[in-house]
Ligand binder design. Sequence first.
Ligand code: Z16
Length: 800
Amino acid sequence: MKLSKKQFKQDFEERLTSKFATDLTKAGYQEIYDALASVVKHYYANIWVADNQYKDETGKKQAYYFSIEFLPGKMLKSNLLNLGILNTVREGLNDFGIELDEVAKIEPDMAIGNGGLGRLASCFMDSLASTGLPGNGNGIRYRYGLFKQKIVDGYQVELPDSWLNNGNPWEVRRADKAVEVTFGGEVWLEDDGKGNLIPHYKDQERVLAVPYDTPMVGFENTTVNNMCLWRSEVPEELDPKFQNLDYMRQTSMLSAELYPDDSNYDGRLLRLKQEYFFVSAGLQRILHHYKGTQKKDIRKIGDYIAVHINDTHPALCVPEFMRLLVDEYGVGWNRAWDTTLKVMSYTNHTILSEALEKWPEEMIKQLLPRIYQIIVEIDRRRTAELLPKVGATLVHNTRIIKDGQIHMANLSIIGSHSTNGVAKLHSDLLKDVELHDFYEIYPERFNNKTNGIADRRWIQIANERLSGIIDETIGKSWRHDLDELKLLKNFNNDEKTLEQLQKAKFDDKLRLAAVIKEQKGITVNPDAIFDVQVKRLHAYKRQLLNALHILKLYFDLKDNPELDRIPRVFIFGAKAAPSYHYAKSIIKVINEIANMINNDQTIKDKLKVVFMENYNVSLAEVIIPAANVGEQISLASKEASGTSNMKFMLNGALTIGTLDGANIEIFEAAGDGNNFVFGLTKDEVYEYYRNGNYNARDIYEQNPVVNRILNALIDGTVPNIKSEGREIFDSLTVYNDEYFVLRDFNDYVRAQAELEKLYRDQKAWTQASLMNIANVGRFSSDRTVREYADDIWYIKAKKE
Ligand code: Z16
């Protein structure tokens, strides 16, 4: 949009006064932030209204991304950037003596997601709008987002994230669009005399679902999509039976809290309620919209909407859509089923068995009696149809209802036309191994969509310094098309460019060093290699491997204080699920290793270990630009994709990583010698599984380096740990090291040494860094959402 500085300053001052009856001399940051957000909202409101009108008038097909998590982070700068007014506003505020970045700090992170899956959903929201694609979000407006993490005596402590306390300027409550979602009670079918079976209900628990819309503003275009988040409330007119406090408590509890588990199935009734709640509310709103305002023939709805099931949490989309079509809109079963297949699509995000959702049949039957009937009917018809075609074994292996459980992945695959994985390796594993039986039956449904990241947030906002240098070097076209970064390759031997890249990295490291000093009181040397591992804490991600290597470096220095080593700062950021005991033990151990090393005067600044508290999107925006090295060291086959790996690449860090998830595609794109690869391959891992011949104890006993490091965990060398050290020691030496940490240790040490060697040659290092940046184009989520649009959703971008 066009906006002069003068106009902005006038709008801002007026708003500050009208909203808070104050002026610039007295206003605090909260007031300044609220006034600014309100002005910004005013700027996009017209674009939003116009785009909604355009969508309704053209009746173009739209996609709806159903996700139980979103992780947008802060919105202020993203909205300013996308509106094209970031600099105007910054300068305007400067005239008033206000620093935009200080104002931006006031905004709490919108953290209604756990990690990769939620952040991916938000990258998609930004990319859909920015590529002009009509794609919207549908989720839950949790009153409390992901817990805040504090480290106390080395342990993780969880505090509530009450992000809405000061209001949320971006959301719009739409009370008139509220719908009801019902649970429990009894259902029976009665013939209506015309051969139709009509469901009748008794004693149902009713919950009001109120939508809150948050606009997703496209980058310098006229698209504004919607992220709809549902809040549960008590309906106004209640049956006397339900007019009690317990009912009210339960109803409002529904949208109270985000479950803090990443890649882990918890199995609680409230979680199942949440899943049905946002699925039912979302589908009802979509159908109302198309039937009511759009006057579409409901039997043709498949031409107008696509619904995406993000992991299995929204899998109830399948039976709920059937219920709405058949029971509420009078569509015949077969027609409804064809429509459901056409509308639905599903993404699988993990092959970890502990993440697979399987709900007890009895639980679904009690909580969602009509949905249960529909699932049984889907399963019955499919079994009857397929038995003669593919035989009993395949049908049995792929049934929705098995062993008294409802298998949500099976439901999602069977009830949709597309199942995709999130990186090449992962999609291949789905076809060849994990979902092979499904692949045999429905080969045409399987496809890959390698993840991507919203490059606007992860470089234009997070790394203005680097962005500016790229502008100076190759112009600004990369800001609209990340593939244009390949122009940087022409400067791979240009001393000035390389020098500037180094300078930008150094400045970003200074910025992080200041944050580290503030948060942890630790002074770090900006000339050291900044080596970063930031992600959820999980055994398969192997933060432990990193920690063991740090101990190795420490012992090397203890043995030989004069050792010629490039100083290193190891930086961690990781939240553990509150109920994940082992992950919490690893946090404790890393913190005690950090204390030991950081307080050892003989080590000086050759080695520092920093565990940053409360890793979240905002912290990532400071940490990742400052990284020289990104750690992506999961056991091959376990990390479906990873997405921080792409953020590191974009910011010029070199990756040390395994051949897992999207790392493989990153190594390939960046070119040989520009990253550090180590570890078992997926085939080698599977070979161990087949033969069952891995013996971690042998490594402990035979490798003196490993022996000394592991002993340090139990013999008091690492102070202030007890049971945690023993627990980890046992997981490796007694329980045979489920994730092959010891098996990959030596090769990891080798790769780390190569890394250090390359770093000594600053020119060669910076060239490798440049090659990573230059080849990052295909990891833009703009590319990813276009692939979803073309191959899965069949939606078209708006022409500007
Ligand atoms: C999650 O964050 C992921 C998978 C999953 O089943 C559940 C959650 Cl909450 C992650 C994957 O672990 C990660 O590899 C991937 O990059 C990310 O989803 C986005 O696809």
